[in-house]
Design a binder for this molecule. Structure first.
Ligand code: ADP
Length: 274
């Protein structure tokens, strides 16, 4: 395993006598190193769009440009500003998730509504990025509800759906669906037939700012925080994020959530069992 780091403090407490205090600071130092890494990463991610924007401002100030050229540069600046906005939004989401207690488990959320919303989100994004060339299907499971926070679950699935759209080519196929397992846990999944992810990347995929291909992620508007957010949401709901992927075949991302309850459809008088 890792070498352990021990801090030693020596207190002379009487003539010729010393008290030796040892403390295992391995975890503390690791946490500190991770924090430093994170701050360095955030700074870098903010600095690069800022550098681009500053460069274009200088261009606009110094070069005699016609209106079309001006619009071109302004468009590029707007793109970079959007990138920074997405980054700051995701950072705020992460810090909110980390700083707040787990969501109230007595709220029930219909899985079909979550899946339909994710599919609609995917279709809208696919229209913009691929001109509607991708097919996006829903594969329904039994009508169930899961305990948790509708907004967090929707944003987790939205992240998975938008990754599928962004990393899958324009003629690709994406399916969003859900399955109730024999022990009543629920898998809500997003499957694509995109490029897939090599096994060596899988363990690190949910780390903040970890990307298989940095430039590709940026081109498609990625902040590098999406899967970190999804993993957080899964864990806060007592679940996990599972990733299956084969290079050249595609990927399946599953949000595995604790046992669902079967939805009881409203009876004619509107009463509803719980
Ligand atoms: P990003 O903003 O870069 O998409 P994420 O945390 O959402 O950040 O994803 C991390 C990395 O995982 C991505 O940069 C990409 O390399 C890889 N990835 C995520 N989803 C997929 C997918 N559906 N197909 C292929 N690669 C993916």
């Amino acid at each position: 395993g890792q070498p352990r780091r021990i801090a030693v403090q020596i207190f002379p407490y009487a003539k010729g006598r010393r008290l030796l205090l040892t403390r295992d600071v391995t975890a503390l130092q690791l946490a500190e190193a991770m924090r430093r890494d994170f701050v360095a990463n955030v700074s870098h991610e903010i600095r690069s769009p800022l550098t681009v924007i500053a460069g274009f401002i200088e261009t606009l100030q110094t070069l005699p440009l016609d209106e079309a050229q001006r619009q071109h540069y302004l468009g590029l600046m707007a793109q970079q500003a959007q990138r920074m906005q997405a980054l700051v939004d995701d950072l705020l989401t992460l810090s909110r998730l980390e700083g707040s207690p787990a969501p109230d488990a007595s709220h029930w959320v219909a899985v079909s509504a979550l899946v339909e919303e994710a599919a609609a989100h995917a279709r809208a994004l696919a229209d913009v990025l691929h001109g509607g060339g991708q097919t996006i299907e829903v594969q329904r499971g039994p009508e169930v509800e899961v305990a948790g926070h509708a907004g967090e679950l929707a944003s987790a699935l939205g992240n998975l759906a938008s990754n599928a759209v962004r990393y899958t080519p324009a003629d690709g196929h994406i399916t969003v669906g859900w399955t109730v397992l024999p022990d009543e846990t629920v898998d809500i999944w997003v499957r694509d037939d995109g490029p897939g992810i090599a096994p060596e990347h899988l363990p690190r995929l949910t780390e903040r700012f970890y990307r298989v291909d940095r430039s590709r992620s940026r081109d498609t508007g990625g902040t590098g925080l999406g899967l970190a957010i999804v993993k957080h949401v899964a864990q806060r709901h007592g679940g996990e994020l599972l990733i299956d992927s084969t290079v050249g075949k595609g990927s399946t991302f599953r949000l595995r959530l604790p046992p669902a309850r079967v939805m009881v459809l409203s009876s004619p008088d509107g009463a509803r069992a719980s």
